[in-house]
Design a protein around this ligand. Structure first.
Ligand code: SF4
Length: 454
């Protein structure tokens, strides 16, 4: 029996059990120990890969520690993003206010590190004491001659998705502040890819081989000067739609730049993301180059995928990820390997996302919004899973239950995007599912349920 809190019962659905009801996009229920991160964390993960910017957390040291070096976001140049700065607020700061502490910290850090811009994150406590962060940013910006951007993200003020929005608002303030006369006609921005394990480089390389110019990548391997030119592109290609659709909409409203939602996970979705861009520009030579690229890349990985697929056929997978677009791609990628998704959940999916997820999943798949560890454990056992695909918080759950785990979150060290990423994904899933180590782990019941054919 799955014991779900009364207030959460309409956030879980089993496909086939009609009527379809799935509540989402609401604050986590107090006491449910959600897997979801806070508003501040949402903003930090989006902005963190901007490598030549200063990132300062205005709050107690715990907030900065929680998000320090949180993504495996690589940079081809400066690495200031990997430093974590905090105003380290204490009791006296809360009583007397900490605006001057923030001002002095900014001045010292800008003088020391000479960043191209600074992002100042407001945390829960700043939301409570009411420091005027905007005014301090304005003053420092005027004195130091660089953009100093407030990121309004007190942890309690909504869900992780509100943090994404705060990050997009900060990025949008940079947009339009540099000339774009030299941008060629076939130019795009890649939004919502964070260069985890070098994935932005893989995707960028595909587009460049097609003959498409990339103006800016937001925010993987991001640079402040590129982000100031976001308005120079003809199309925004949005990969992690949950985090960056707000920025894409703002660019559409102000500059008339359309956007498409894509995914670079799995063969089908990567190919579709490339073809959609080629079709947008309506250039037949570009379309030919895209066809040749897809043919060549798929041919290079297919023999290895077939070998893995022989062992993985019929295995059962659970997915719990941040955004729904990644979940769609994972369901399809697992199908390519002959596997079946029996549990699929996200931290930030919308009603529209969950309908799409329901449509692509098989009957009896459990679909879950904003889960907690107890629910995940119970469903993993009940569904008899072979592998759990998630992030750092899901890893411990999988290992404690004695089942395989594949990290598909921002801490991963292996590039999983693009065609080569599909090969790496298949390799990782195969290695963990087929590992003999699970036979040595004390039983949690999950394997027995699998073996009796649940
Ligand atoms: S912003 Fe608030 S919820 Fe987020 S880490 Fe800091 S104290 Fe915790």
């Amino acid at each position: 029996m799955v014991n779900i809190l009364k207030e959460r019962r309409n956030q879980v659905h089993r496909k086939g059990k009609e009527p379809w009801v799935l509540a989402c996009e609401k604050s986590s229920v107090a006491g449910s120990v959600s897997q979801r991160a806070c508003v501040f964390c949402g903003s930090r993960v989006v902005l963190y890969p901007v490598a030549d910017a200063l990132h300062i957390v205005h709050g107690p040291i715990g907030c900065a520690a929680y998000t320090w070096d949180i993504r495996g976001a690589l940079s081809s140049g400066p690495e200031l993003h990997r430093m974590s700065f905090s105003t380290d607020l204490n009791e006296m700061d809360l009583v007397h206010g900490a605006e001057m502490k923030l001002y002095r910290s900014l001045v010292e850090l800008i003088d020391t590190y000479q960043p191209r811009a600074a992002f100042v994150y407001s945390t829960c406590i700043v939301g409570l004491i009411g420091d005027d962060v905007e005014a301090i940013c304005k003053r420092t910006s005027a004195e130091k001659g660089i953009p100093v951007l407030p990121v309004e993200a007190p942890g309690f003020a909504g869900t992780k998705k509100d943090g994404y929005k705060a990050a997009c608002n900060a990025l949008f303030r940079l947009t339009g502040t540099a000339p774009v006369d030299d941008v060629p006609p076939h130019a795009i921005n890649i939004l919502g890819d964070f260069n985890v394990a070098g994935e932005t480089w893989i995707i960028r390389n595909y587009y460049e081989r097609m003959g498409v110019h990339v103006v800016a990548t937001a925010t993987g391997d991001g640079r402040v000067d590129d982000l100031r030119r976001l308005h120079g592109a003809k199309l925004n290609v949005v990969q992690c739609s949950g985090s960056m659709t707000h920025l894409a909409r703002s660019l559409e409203d102000k500059y008339g730049i359309p956007y498409i939602r894509v995914s670079f996970f799995g063969i089908e979705d990567t190919a579709a993301a490339l073809y959609e861009v080629a079709k947008f520009f309506g250039d037949s030579a570009m379309l030919d180059r895209t066809r040749a690229l897809v043919r060549e890349e798929v041919a290079a990985i297919m023999p290895e995928l077939k070998t893995y697929g022989e062992d993985l056929k019929g295995k059962r997978a659970a997915i719990y990820v941040g955004g729904a677009f990644k979940a769609f791609s994972l369901v399809r990628a697992l199908r390519t390997l002959g596997m079946r998704t029996v549990l699929a959940g996200t931290q930030t999916g919308s009603a529209e996302d969950y309908e799409q997820l329901r449509d692509i999943c098989d009957p009896d798949t459990v679909i879950i919004d904003d889960a907690n560890p107890l629910e995940l454990c119970t469903f993993l056992k009940e569904q008899g899973c072979d592998v759990f695909i998630g992030g750092v918080k899901e890893r411990a759950i999988a290992y404690k239950l004695g089942l395989g785990f594949c990290d598909h979150n921002h801490e991963r060290k292996e590039a999983l995007a693009g065609f080569i990423g599909m090969r790496n994904f298949a390799r990782e899933v195969h290695a963990t599912v087929m590992s003999p180590v699970w036979r040595l782990v004390p039983s949690s019941g999950v394997r027995e349920r699998r073996e009796v054919g649940v």
